[in-house]
Design a protein around this ligand. Structure first.
Ligand code: PLP
Length: 413
């Protein structure tokens, strides 16, 4: 048997033993959307998560949501009034953010390799462009001149430090992201000299860290670096985006972050000037609020092993299969959603319907006995699920999505 990660708090069963998500049992969620596979998101959980973050962080710190973690439109619409800005990484995400109702001034566009039309779209929208190179700065300045608009420009810094223990390193050493710290001061001076609306600095050192001490150390280093760039450039950055990196306990043995301790440490670092700082988070806000549901279509034995074959798979939930930035495959938390209250009774492997050995949702896990027609739940599916998976691979239909916020709320699809 292999362990699974812990099911996040807040999920329970109804009187018939079925998993309940956002006040709705899985059968009614599936009936509402018409079929499996399905991603269901609990908006009340997202709200509670942001409320906890606000309470933990310094009072005037801005909280931005990186929409690439989950750009499902009803979720974004609910998020508009909960966060201070959206961070986007493409022209498509920019349009999605504007369509959701976020004001252009509260959007920032990051990402290497921005095309000219993306720069133009951001300038027209009044969004901040986080510049990733000097050449991109030139292109943004000339695009703005051609449009007759003043561009809002910030500099993404590739710091000399990285976020220790981070699942995906985005800073430190040679990187395609940002401009090496040593070259930032002349660029800031150039932007100011060229008449741009200089918006400040964006310093993102890593993602998916469960090491609170490492996050505190990175935040302190980031604040110090911003102050040094301010001093050397003679210009105070109006906004310093400290990045995020807050991880989620996906696997057995992982421990959730103490965000209250991180917030207290950050308050000490930025005392008196909290209003010019922001953090940007994706997965920490939404991962726990999402569940991927797939129905068992076959149950078979092979060489003494039992396989539950579902109608879902890595084409919808690549991360749970272990093929999205992990070295060793480990099990996400899983359950039999239609027998959520039943005791475990057999060891099985849960696979998807794709014709590849990579399509595994859970290996050698202990679950309540389940059969064809039962529904499997894969938790922690609220971030990097539907849009971070190769939906076109093998030609199956895309997963359905639904957002719910309570038993009496209208269901949003
Ligand atoms: C991906 C990304 C984020 C969000 O990362 P999470 O791990 O989902 O919190 C934030 N900022 C930037 C620049 C990113 O690329």
């Amino acid at each position: 048997m292999k362990p699974t990660g812990a099911i996040p708090p807040g999920y329970g069963a109804d009187a018939r033993g079925r998993l309940v998500i956002g006040g709705h049992d899985v059968d009614s969620l599936i009936a509402t959307t018409g079929d499996t596979p399905l991603f269901a998101y609990d908006l009340a959980m997202v709200r509670a998560r942001i409320a906890r973050l606000r309470a933990a962080m310094p009072a005037r710190l801005a909280i931005h949501y990186a929409i690439k973690a989950n750009p499902y439109p009803p979720l974004l619409a609910a998020m508009i009034e909960l966060v201070d800005g959206f961070d986007v990484a493409s022209e498509g995400e920019l349009a999605t953010a504007i369509h959701a109702g976020m004001a252009g001034r509260q959007i920032s566009l990051a990402g290497p390799g921005k095309r000219s039309r993306e720069l133009e779209a951001a300038i027209r929208a009044g969004a901040t462009i986080n510049l990733e190179s000097e050449r991109e700065a030139d292109r943004a300045l000339s695009a703005a001149e051609a449009l007759g608009l003043t561009p809002r420009l910030a500099v993404r810094v590739n710091p000399d430090f990285e976020l220790r223990g981070s699942g995906m390193r985005m800073g430190g050493g040679a990187k395609p992201f940002g401009i090496d710290a040593a070259r930032v001061v002349p660029l800031v001076q150039r932007l100011v000299g060229a008449g741009a609306d200089y918006r400040g600095l964006h310093i993102f050192a890593g993602s998916q860290s469960l090491d609170g001490a490492a996050i505190m150390e990175t935040q302190a280093n980031t604040v110090a670096l911003a102050r040094q760039i301010d001093a050397e450039s003679g210009t105070r950055a109006p906004l310093v985006n400290l990045g995020g990196g807050f991880g989620i306990p996906y696997f057995s043995g992982d421990t959730a972050l103490d965000v209250e301790a991180i917030g207290a440490a950050l308050a000490g670092e930025i005392e008196g000037e909290a209003e010019r700082y922001a953090i940007e988070l994706g997965r920490w806000i939404v991962a726990e609020a999402g569940v991927y549901l797939a129905r068992i279509v076959d149950r078979k034995d092979s060489h003494g092993k039992t396989f539950l074959v579902t109608d879902g798979g890595l084409h919808h939930q690549l991360a749970a299969s272990g093929n999205f930035g992990t070295v060793v495959r480990r099990n996400y938390p899983v359950a039999v959603a239609t027998r959520f209250a039943a005791p475990p009774g057999e060891e099985v492997s849960v696979v998807g319907c794709l014709c590849t050995p990579l399509d595994r949702l859970a290996d050698d896990v202990l679950l309540p006995p389940a059969d064809v027609g039962d529904v499997i739940a894969v938790f922690l599916a609220g971030a990097y699920g539907a849009t971070a998976s190769p939906a076109g691979f093998l030609g199956h239909a895309p997963a359905r999505e639904i957002a719910v916020s309570g038993p009496d709320d209208a269901v949003l699809t």
